[in-house]
Design a protein around this ligand. Structure first.
Ligand code: GLC
Length: 476
């Protein structure tokens, strides 16, 4: 058992006997690959108003039943999904094996509420893992801890059967009379539900080959005493079970094991841009931003606020520039296809990634001494020691850059055409500053007009040898 008492407030309780080096090794493909696809697919694809519709509409099981009876995604082709993801430059994908409505996309032994009992009848998880692996992508499964269908799952503040008059997720405390809650939960047994979850997780971790990621979702311990905590799920037991069957698996942080150092591998900011590399107890941790195209995870026909490819690419490079990943979601239609809006965006991202992926894969935050020139986002590849300057705002003919003294050579990434740079000042000043300190004054990239027509141009900067050391010396 590892023990380390840290002054910084990082949790010290460990569940597994794994060193920091071993953990970094386990996560190495994921921190390298940076870009994944989330897929939210299930019965909620039919009402086409997002995956929370059963809760939002306070629907009973019988009202929701029509979606089960009519689930028949005739255009479903996991290979087409995998090709679209690969074409966009994504390296892994996570599918909702089960979402909060409790519907299972695999042929589970533990409930009848599963895809193989719908008119469609095929095991979607199996087809998904096979097709994505065949395209060389890593595969992950999302598993909802909530289950609005299971008879033993106690009704809580996020459940469609929440007692009338109770408000959902009231953080201030008192919601509903306790007697009402007790009566709606009579006969429900979370112990049985925990057993059921463990059985299902065991099945997913045993019957589908190597699973690279498991994305548990989610824990809400407050909710006025009507939420669910890690103890309600037996999160520790679930995670131990998953890791005993898939020792290499990478897991998100939504089991709620926040008091442990290793009951999670990465943190999951959802639908917002992070300002800084996220920390736990003051330490930078692996992280993945999850984002939708339009606001909803499950297919939402009428949503009009779709992000355009420029915004999506910006989300990607901004994540990498702060040391994180991006998992971008598609909610396939009830026919099982990615709709034209999603496909068009994936294609546009893919065009950019084909030429510029080098600024994403294997990259991370640039050392602090490299300040981003105005209107740019920087990423850095520590192996090749190259800096990538993403021109988010078109700079005009020159772009001021205060690390030009560190540059050996610069080029546009998309076509490897040289980008020249100069130290600003008179010839004499330039000579003096150059000989004395490399580059005292400000310096500029020369931006050719031709670059202005393309989407998010990137300047790839090859640093001088030992620049990092020199730079640190200069900064001190
Ligand atoms: C939230 C939502 C859920 C979605 C998830 C994705 O937890 O409850 O619908 O699947 O975020 O991150």
């Amino acid at each position: 058992m590892m023990t380390s008492v840290l002054a910084d407030g990082f949790p010290t309780r460990h569940l597994f006997d794994e060193t920091a080096g071993q953990k970094a090794e386990r996560l190495s493909w994921w921190t390298h690959d940076r870009f994944g696809l989330f897929i939210h697919f299930g019965l909620y694809s039919l009402p086409a108003r997002g995956e929370w519709i059963k809760m939002q509409g306070r629907m009973s099981d019988s009202e929701y039943e029509k979606y089960f009876k009519n689930f028949d995604p005739d255009l479903f082709d996991a290979r087409a999904w995998a090709k679209a993801a690969k074409g966009a430059g994504m390296k892994y994908a996570v599918l909702t094996a089960k979402h909060h409505d409790g519907f299972c996309l695999w042929d589970t032994k533990f409930t009848d509420y599963k895809v193989t009992n719908t008119p469609f009848g095929r095991d979607i998880v199996r087809e998904f893992v096979e097709a994505f692996r065949a395209e060389g992508l890593r595969v992950g499964l999302y598993f909802s801890l909530l289950d609005w269908h299971h008879p033993d799952f106690t009704i809580d503040a996020r459940h469609p059967r929440m007692p009338a008059g109770c408000r959902p997720a009231d953080p201030s405390g008192t919601i509903g009379g306790e007697a009402t809650w007790a009566s709606v939960n009579a006969g429900r047994d979370m112990g049985r539900y925990r057993r059921f979850m463990k059985d299902q997780v065991g099945e997913l971790m045993s019957n589908y080959g190597r699973i690279d990621i498991v994305w548990f979702d989610f824990t809400y311990p407050n909710d006025g005493g009507h939420g669910k905590s890690a103890a309600d799920w037996d999160s520790e037991g679930l995670l131990r079970h998953a890791r005993s069957l898939q020792p290499w698996i990478i897991v998100d942080n939504r089991l709620g094991l926040t008091d442990t150092a290793d009951g999670w591998d990465f943190v999951t900011p959802e639908q917002f841009r992070v300002e800084h590399w996220p920390t736990v107890g003051g330490r930078r941790v692996p992280w993945e931003m999850c984002q939708t195209f339009s606001g909803s995870w499950g297919y939402a026909r009428d949503e009009m606020m779709w992000k355009d490819p420029d915004e999506l690419l910006l989300l990607l490079v901004q994540s990498v520039s702060k040391g994180g990943n991006l998992i971008l979601n598609v909610g396939p239609t009830a026919r099982g296809a990615f709709d034209a809006r999603a496909l068009g965006r994936l294609e546009a991202i893919g065009e950019w990634m084909t030429l510029n992926g080098r600024s994403v894969y294997g990259c991370t935050e640039a050392p602090a001494s490299f300040k981003p020139p105005e209107g740019t986002v920087l990423t850095y590849n520590p192996m090749t020691r190259r800096i990538y300057v993403h021109l988010v705002v078109r700079p005009g003919s020159r772009l001021a850059c205060d690390f030009c003294d560190q540059i050996a050579y610069a080029q546009f990434l998309h076509d490897a055409s040289e980008v020249s740079f100069e130290v600003h000042g008179t010839r004499t000043e330039q000579k003096q500053t150059f000989y004395k300190s490399g580059c005292e004054g400000r310096a500029y990239f020369r931006i050719p007009k031709t670059a202005l027509g393309m989407r998010l141009p990137v300047i790839e900067v090859l640093l001088k040898q030992n620049d990092a050391k020199d730079r640190t010396r200069k900064d001190n």
